[in-house]
Ligand binder design. Structure first.
Ligand code: NDP
Length: 286
């Protein structure tokens, strides 16, 4: 048997990129699966994205993740889009099959897998509130609509951004999505099953910040999920737990978006525990 020392390459294009922890968990998963694959963080400025995408073919790379500021600009370099990527209008994962590049968005799918597996909730038929109208909120809302939620209320500070998101996702999915402007304290009404913070409030270094919401009116079993993963233990989640509400942290979404990218690229199922442990270790979470 002759040796094969040629590694398969994937990675991420972004700027800045040095502190992106996804590669740590992907490399741990490749090693655990005995795959000779490498994941490399590439610092790519906006005006070099087109050249970097051509490099996928030149180097025979199997795929790439996109992060800030490339998730929307990359669309022009792709041959095909998944239904979710089309609805969201942004791509965080590309699969390259012999030069044919397909864009997917695994952020919302990762969130949903966390809701199902880590929190044990099936989103179908549920009443959901999503706080925020940025990239993470769009990805989460699109997948929730495609999973058949009964009602999706988007609450955002900037009405223009919130209304644009609702219009786009209603057109793309036909789902039950509506908007409410966020002014002052937002009182979470009874009857909601899931509340998601998809804003950047609480993100490091502003770790004592929490969304200005009132949870006293929420139903006792409402799941409170946070997209913020640094720190994983946000003030919002502490507030929710103090009221006895179940919670889901942003590490869950981060791990599963990586798990889904691994599956897309390799066609195999990774060891999720290995990925979770590598990520927690990289982020210094005990
Ligand atoms: P964007 O910049 O696209 O959107 C930010 C959102 O937060 C907007 O809706 C903005 O409202 C809102 N916002 C920010 N500050 C405030 C404030 N002080 N008061 C009210 N609203 C505020 O960010 P992303 O969508 O890309 O990311 C959002 C969060 O999700 C980040 O913390 C990011 O780290 C996290 N994330 C987590 C992932 C995971 O795997 N766990 C994956 C992707 C993102 P407005 O429109 O009014 O400005």
């Amino acid at each position: 048997m002759s040796a094969n020392y040629k590694a398969e390459l994937v990675g991420v294009f972004g700027q800045p990129i040095a502190e992106n922890p996804t590669g740590v968990m992907q490399e741990a998963a490749f090693a655990a699966a005995g795959l000779n694959w490498r994941y490399i963080n590439f610092e790519v400025p906006p005006d070099k994205l087109g050249t970097a995408m051509l490099a996928l073919d030149a180097l025979g790379m199997r795929g790439i993740n996109l992060t800030i500021p490339h998730k929307v600009d990359v669309l022009q370099y792709l041959d095909d889009l998944s239904p979710a990527a089309k609805a969201i209008g942004a791509v965080n994962t590309v699969r390259n099959e012999g030069g044919c590049k397909t864009g997917e968005n695994t952020d919302g799918k990762g969130f949903l897998r966390g809701v199902r597996r880590d929190a044990g909730m099936d989103p179908a038929g549920k009443f959901v509130t999503v706080l925020g109208a940025g990239g993470a909120a769009r990805a989460i809302a699109a997948e929730l609509l495609m999973a058949g939620v009964a009602d999706l209320l988007v609450v955002n500070r900037s009405p223009d951004r919130g209304q644009a998101m609702v219009k786009d996702l209603r057109e793309a999915t036909g789902g039950p999505i509506r908007f409410s402007a966020w002014k002052g304290t937002y009182r979470v009404p009874a009857g909601r099953h899931l509340f998601v913070n998809a804003t950047s409030i609480g993100l490091y270094p502003d770790v004592e910040a929490a969304p200005n919401i009132d949870l006293t009116t929420a139903s006792p079993a409402m799941l409170v999920a946070d997209a913020v993963f640094n720190p994983p233990e946000t003030r919002l989640l502490r507030m929710a737990r103090a009221r006895g509400l179940p919670t889901l942290d942003g590490l869950s979404m981060l791990v599963y978006q990586g798990v889904i990218a691994f599956e897309l690229w390799t066609g195999q199922t990774p060891d999720e525990d290995v990925m979770k442990a590598a990520l927690r270790n990289a982020l210094g979470v005990t």
